[in-house]
Design a protein around this ligand. Structure first.
Ligand code: OVM
Length: 398
C-alpha cells in the first residue's frame, strides 16, 4: 500500500457550476488519482472505473445501510424511512430484493412488451401529428414513462403529478443540504405522505407490480410491513431515472445524426443504443457508501464510518476503461458501464427501463427520418441526476 498523500480538491461537485457541466471536474478527479479527498464534504471520492467498480462490489466493507447519500444514518435521522433495497445491506436487503427481482422478471416483462410497443406507437403518432419542432422532454421522455409505468404498478388515476416532484427531491436529498434541497424541503413531507398513500394495498389495482409485491407478502416472502416500502421503491427509482435515461438517448440521437441513420437501418440496435446513452450521459451520476471498518481502496484506507462518493458518470467515461469515451457510438459494447450500478444493488428495474426505451426508440425509428436538436436545451440541476428540463428538436417524418 502506498503511503503517498491522497490528493485533495476543494471543488464542490454539487455546486451549480459543476452540476451544470460536470465533465471537466470529472476529468480532473480521474487524473488526480484513484482516490481523491473532497474537502468540501469530508469524503473520499472515486472517479476511475476500477475504483468505482471495486467500491460498488464491496458491500461488506462499504455498506448502503447508513444511507447512499452524504447523510450518515448512523448519525443523522433520514428524511424518509430508509429504502429496504437501496439503503440496506444483507441479510435484511435480500428478501425485498428477491421479491422485487421476481416482480420485474422476464415473464412479467414479456407480457408487457406488446402493450408498451402499442403505447409507444400511439404516443409517437400523437406527437408527430403536431408541429415538426417540439420539446422532447415533456413530449416523449416524460410522457412515455408516465403513460406506461404508473399503470404497470397499478396506481389509481389521482396523484400521479406528485411522482416527478417526489423523485426530484429524493435524488437531490442524496447530496448535501444545498439550495436544491432547501427548495424541495417545504413540499417533502406532503409528497412523502402522498407517495406512501399510493403504496397501500387498497390504493393499488389487482394486476400490477404493486399487487404482485403484496401477493409476495401474503406468501410470507416479505412481511406486510415491508410491502408498502417495496412498492415505494418502484415509485422512487422507476420514474425520474427512466425519464432522464430516455432524455439522454433522445439528446444523443438528436446530436448524432449518423447514429440515428444507423438505428433506422437496424432498429435492433435500440437496446444497445439505450445502454450506450446510459453510459455516455449517466442519468444517475453519483452514490455514496459508508465504510464498515477501515477499508483499503486504490491504495488509500477509508476510515471506519467514513463516507465515500462514487462518480458513476466519471467511471463511464474513464479512458482507462473505454476507447474514445466521449463518443456516443452504437458500434461499441457498452456492457460493463456502471450507470445501473454493479454488484448486489445493481438496478433491479434495468430490464423495465430497457423495455421502455426499446419500445419508444423502435416506434420513433419507424416514423422519424431525422431528429435534430435545435439549440442547447436546458439542464435541470439535481444533486444526483444528470437531467434535462428541455431538449428542443426538429423532426422530419419518414
Ligand atoms: C428506493 C430507491 C430510490 C431512489 C433510487 C433507487 C436508483 C432506489 O427507494 O429504493 O435506485
Amino acid at each position: 500500500m502506498s503511503l503517498a498523500a491522497v490528493p485533495t480538491t476543494t471543488v464542490d461537485p454539487f455546486s451549480p457550476e459543476v452540476l451544470a457541466d460536470p465533465l471537466p471536474f470529472q476529468e480532473r478527479l480521474r487524473e488526480a488519482g484513484p482516490v481523491v479527498y473532497l474537502t468540501s464534504h469530508g469524503v473520499h471520492a472515486f472517479g476511475r472505473h476500477e475504483q468505482v467498480h471495486a467500491a460498488l462490489t464491496n458491500w461488506q466493507g462499504l455498506q448502503s445501510g447508513a444511507g447512499v447519500g452524504l447523510s450518515n444514518f448512523r448519525l443523522e435521522k433520514p428524511w424518509r424511512p430508509p429504502s429496504l433495497l437501496l439503503e440496506s445491506d444483507p441479510p435484511r436487503h435480500d428478501a425485498p430484493r428477491r421479491v422485487l427481482s421476481a416482480v420485474l422478471g422476464p415473464r412479467v416483462l414479456r407480457s408487457l412488451r406488446e402493450r408498451w410497443s402499442a403505447d409507444a406507437e400511439a404516443l409517437v403518432d400523437e406527437v408527430l401529428a403536431g408541429p415538426d419542432e417540439f420539446d422532447a422532454v415533456p413530449a416523449l421522455a416524460e410522457a412515455f414513462p408516465l403513460r406506461v409505468f404508473p399503470d404497470a404498478v397499478g396506481l389509481g388515476p389521482d396523484g400521479r403529478e406528485n411522482l416527478l416532484p417526489y423523485g426530484n427531491h429524493l435524488f437531490n436529498a442524496f447530496g448535501p443540504a444545498n439550495a436544491l434541497v432547501e427548495a424541495g424541503r417545504p413540499r417533502a413531507p406532503e409528497l412523502g405522505a402522498r407517495v406512501a398513500g399510493q403504496c397501500a394495498r387498497e390504493a393499488l389495482s389487482g394486476d400490477g407490480f404493486g399487487a404482485a409485491v403484496w401477493a409476495a407478502a401474503d406468501r410470507g416472502e416479505i412481511t406486510p410491513e415491508q410491502a408498502p416500502l417495496v412498492v415505494r421503491s418502484l415509485l422512487s427509482a422507476g420514474i425520474d431515472t427512466t425519464v432522464h435515461g430516455l432524455a439522454a438517448v433522445l439528446h444523443a440521437f438528436a446530436t448524432h445524426p449518423a447514429q440515428w441513420r444507423r438505428l433506422r437501418e437496424r432498429p435492433q440496435l435500440a437496446r444497445v443504443a439505450f445502454d450506450e446513452a446510459v453510459r455516455w450521459q449517466s442519468p444517475v451520476q453519483t452514490f455514496f457508501r459508508t465504510a464498515t471498518r477501515d477499508v483499503e481502496i486504490g491504495g488509500t484506507v477509508i476510515p471506519d464510518g467514513g463516507k465515500v462518493l462514487m462518480f458513476l458518470g466519471a467511471a463511464n467515461r474513464d479512458p482507462r476503461r473505454w476507447a474514445d469515451p466521449d463518443a456516443f457510438d452504437l458500434g461499441r459494447d457498452p456492457s460493463g458501464h456502471v450507470g445501473f450500478g454493479m454488484g448486489l444493488h445493481q438496478c433491479v428495474g434495468q430490464h423495465v427501463a430497457r423495455l421502455e426505451a426499446e419500445a419508444l426508440l423502435t416506434a420513433l425509428a419507424a416514423r422519424v427520418a431525422s431528429i435534430r436538436q435545435v439549440g442547447d436545451g436546458e439542464r435541470q440541476l439535481n444533486n444526483t441526476l444528470r437531467a434535462w428540463a428541455s431538449i428542443p428538436v426538429r423532426v422530419h417524418r419518414a
